[in-house]
Design a binder for this molecule. Structure first.
Ligand SMILES: [Cu+2]
Length: 174
């Protein structure tokens, strides 16, 4: 008798919860106390392990030769394999990475046959990468890079053959 009363009570509670108009999780949602961009307000930045991505670049192309890009601070390396100056800008980076001077918003620049290094903070997703030297993007220096949400997501993509890392592992002499 006692047990069935308890079950009935539990059932009634579930029913009430099921009839609620408030979507699950909505109770915890609150208005932003400090909208982004407001003075004294912290920027919203990606939180994650970060990672690395390596490009080759030349006149007028980019190629990702190795990637382990997980959201957070990502170390970017670009090997300029030809003789003209090029740089690398990730459009819409969370930290507004800025190198200054002729590089505009690039995160790195490299003279011919040199390697540039920089860091950029990115949320997960597909990001457009360009060289911002006038005319170079239009000439072909535009590509995309994928930033994964977690190490597990990155590894799953590599296993599924969706990323360039697979090719590098298959052709280590490249
Ligand atoms: Cu360029």
């Amino acid at each position: 008798m006692r047990r069935s009363t308890l079950a009935l009570f539990a059932g009634a509670t579930l029913l009430v919860a099921g009839c609620s108009d408030i979507p699950e999780g909505a109770v915890e949602a609150e208005a932003l106390e400090c909208p982004p961009g407001e003075e004294g307000c912290d920027d919203i930045r990606p939180i994650g392990d970060g990672g690395t991505v390596e490009f080759d670049m030349g006149n007028f192309w980019f190629e990702i030769v190795d990637t382990a890009a997980v959201t957070g601070a990502i170390e970017v390396t670009a090997n300029n394999v030809e003789d003209g100056y090029h740089n690398l800008e990730v459009l819409g980076s969370a930290d507004g990475t800025y190198l200054g001077g002729a590089d505009g918003n690039a995160i790195l620049g490299a003279d011919g046959n040199e390697t540039g290094e920089g860091e950029v903070e990115l949320f997960p997703g597909e990001w457009t990468v360009i060289c911002n030297v006038p005319g170079h993007r239009a000439a072909g220096m535009e590509t995309t890079m994928t930033v994964y949400a977690t190490d597990d997501e990155l590894e799953a993509a590599i296993e599924a053959g969706e990323d360039d890392v697979t090719r590098d592992e298959e052709n280590p002499q490249r």
